[in-house]
Each structure stands twice: as C-alpha cells, then as structure tokens.
Design a protein around this ligand. Structure first.
Ligand code: NAD
Ligand code: UDP
Length: 318
C-alpha cells in the first residue's frame, strides 16, 4: 500500500475569521496535514483557534508578515490582512505594507521552500465596478487615493506580485478573489454588515444602514468559500487564476437588514439610516463561470441557511 506523505501547510492570518476555519478544515481533512497558523493577532484571536491548540498536527507562530520568515512548508495560504473596512482603515499605511511587503515576504518564503502559494485577493480589486456582474477580465474602477485604496490597491499590487513571481520565476502561485463572506467566528466588533446587523438584532438595538440601503452585496457562507479555495490550491490543471469565489445571490443592504430582523425571534430593532462611507461600492456580484469550469465549484448554501448558523453562533457567545 502506498504510504501517504505528510504535508505541512502554512496559513497566514490563521487566527482570523476565514483563517481559523481553514486551519480546522485542513486538519480535519487528513491526519497527514500539519498546519502552521501564523498571525500577528491584530484582528485575529486565540479564541478562534482554542479548539485546535491540543492537536498534535497544529502549531501557532506569532509573526508579522511585514518581516521575512523562513519555514519548511509545502503549501501556503496567504490570508494575513484585516478584511473589515473599519480595521483596514485603522492604519492605512500598515495595511498597504501588509499587502505589498507581506506578499513579497511570503512569496520569497515559498520560493525558498519550493512551496505552492495561494493569495487571498478580493472583490475589492474591482473597486466601485462599472460592469455588472464582475468577471475576471474586468479591470475594475479603483481610486488610488481614496479611503479604501490602502486595501484595494494593496491587494491589486499583491496580485501583480503573485503573477510576476509565477511568470518570471516559474513559481506555483494561485490567486482567489473572495467576495463578501460571513459565518461563525466573525468578530463581534468586526464592523462588517452581517456581524453588525446580527449583533444589533440580538440586542434589540437600531440596525444601522449606511446610505439608503440600495447598495448590493452577494453574501457567501464560509463553507462554500473554503471549498473553493481548497479546490483552487489543489487543482492540478495549471490553473493559476485569478478566479472569483462568491455567491450569486445578490441582496440590497436593506433587504439583508429585513431578513435578519425576520430571522431573530421577537426582534424589536428598528432600521436607522447613517451616512454612507466615502467610495462605498454601489453593487457587487461575481461572475463565477470560470470557477465552475475550471474547479467544478459553485456555492451551495442559501443566505437564510447560512444566516441561521451564524445567528446561532452569535447567540452562543453572548
Ligand atoms: P480577519 O481580519 O478576520 O483575519 C485576518 C487575519 O490576518 C487576522 O487574524 C489578523 O490578525 C491577521 N493579520 C493581519 N495583518 C497581519 C500581518 N501583517 N501579519 C500577520 N498576520 C496579520 O479577516 P478575514 O475575513 O478572515 O479575511 C482573511 C483574508 O481574506 C484577508 O486577506 C482578506 O483580505 C480576504 N478577504 C476576506 C473577505 C471576507 O468577506 N471575509 C473578502 C475578500 C477577501
Ligand atoms: N453597512 C451598513 N451598515 C453596517 C455595516 C455596513 O449599511 O453596519 C454597509 C456598507 O456601507 C456596505 C455594505 O454594508 O455598503 C457591506 O459592508 P461591509 O463592511 O460588510 O463590506 P464591504 O463594504 O467591504 O463589502
């Protein structure tokens, strides 16, 4: 019988919302996976990975990817970067450094280790899109000096680096453009719309819609995203991306508020309208034809099903 080889997988940003789920999934998938979670704990938390600490195949390294690091690994998921606008705008220069210097350091680590490396990019590379839905050919509509630029341009530059390390140095790099994702382990103070609305609903506080609520997003449940990024990492078809991974179900922010109010029993929250942040994208929905064709991937979980699990999680930690 062929003996399965141990594989060491690095997850940067592994203590964050998506990263902690990914570490858990990789450990569950195979006893041959050793998972290293690397994080500077800016938005991540030890609580997110508390259930993994005793697993003999799991290790944690406190490190900032702005600094170089060398490790013996076979695969790297580069997720390190705050994702909520409130957090990535807290120190904009640091966000840009995380994306650019961080990408260089992680690519150099991958080069040295001869590892396959996947970049968690974002739908924000399309900015405030003028094409709808967004496919991977569309170049986006992004400001260089707006409040979201540190994140949007940082992620765009990281994609360029991943592309050039692949083309110029022959490295095995992959790029996934993640659309709005939600689920358990989102931080309660994260500031993103799903966690805000659920917390406000559970506490019977006002639900804060920014602007008139007509802006749209397509919300994908975490399990669908994880399937997509693991498929992208492990595809052996020389498919490097970038590839969109997101939900096709598009809702206005007002619709989302109404759905969440309806789903929380005896919710007495009222909708209130606050100022719309500058450069807030008006609509967003992925074209996922490429992911379907190349990865045989499409999302399976409907919004209400995912929200139900997420509301249960938030209730359980209150
Ligand atoms: P998150 O904020 O919960 O997690 C990010 C993690 O990265 C945290 O644990 C944080 O402490 C860590 N981190 C930040 N800067 C770091 C640095 N310089 N060095 C080391 N660690 C650092 O966010 P998330 O939602 O889990 O997002 C993970 C990745 O996915 C991010 O790269 C984000 O841009 C991308 N993404 C997420 C979404 C989404 O909807 N959640 C959408 C598009 C892209
Ligand atoms: N939003 C809102 N109320 C909130 C938080 C966010 O109306 O309490 C809006 C926000 O302005 C945006 C959408 O919801 O139009 C999604 O915001 P989020 O921060 O979750 O993600 P992103 O803007 O990065 O897609």
């Amino acid at each position: 019988m062929q003996e399965l080889k141990n594989k060491t997988i690095l997850v940067t940003g592994g203590a964050g919302f998506i990263g902690s789920h990914l570490c858990r999934k990789l450990l569950k998938e195979s006893n041959n996976n050793n998972v290293i979670c690397l994080d500077n704990f800016f938005t991540g938390s030890k609580k997110n990975i508390a259930d993994l600490i005793d697993n003999k195949n799991f290790e944690v390294i406190r490190h900032d990817i702005e600094e170089p690091i060398q490790l013996e690994v076979e695969q790297i998921y580069n997720l390190a970067c705050p994702a909520s606008p409130q957090h990535y705008q807290f120190d904009k220069i640091k966000t840009l450094k995380t994306n650019v210097l961080g990408a260089i350091n992680i690519l150099d680590l991958a080069k040295q280790a001869k590892a396959r490396v996947l970049q968690a990019s974002t739908s924000e590379v399309y900015g405030d899109p003028l094409e709808h839905p967004q496919n991977e050919i569309y170049n986006g509509n992004v400001k260089t000096i707006g409040p979201r630029s540190c994140y949007d341009e940082g992620k765009r530059a990281a994609e360029t680096l991943f592309g050039d390390y692949h083309k110029e140095l022959g490295m095995d790099t992959r790029i996934v453009r993640i659309f709005n994702t939600y689920g358990p382990y989102m931080d309660v103070n994260d500031g993103r719309v799903v966690s805000n609305f659920i917390m406000q609903g559970l506490y019977n506080q006002d639900i804060t819609i920014y602007g008139n609520g007509s802006q749209t997003r397509s919300f994908q449940y975490i399990d669908d995203l994880l399937d997509g990024i693991v498929k992208m990492m492990n595809n052996e078809n020389n498919f490097y991306g970038p590839v969109n991974i997101g939900s096709l179900e598009e809702f206005t922010v007002k619709e989302l508020a109404e759905i969440i109010i309806d789903m929380i029993p005896n919710c007495k929250s009222k909708i209130v309208y606050k100022e719309l942040p500058q450069c807030d994208p008006k609509k967003r929905r992925p074209d996922i034809s490429l992911a379907k064709k190349m990865l045989d991937w499409e999302p399976k979980i409907k919004l209400e099903e995912g929200l139900k699990k997420t509301i249960e999680y938030f209730k359980s930690i209150l």
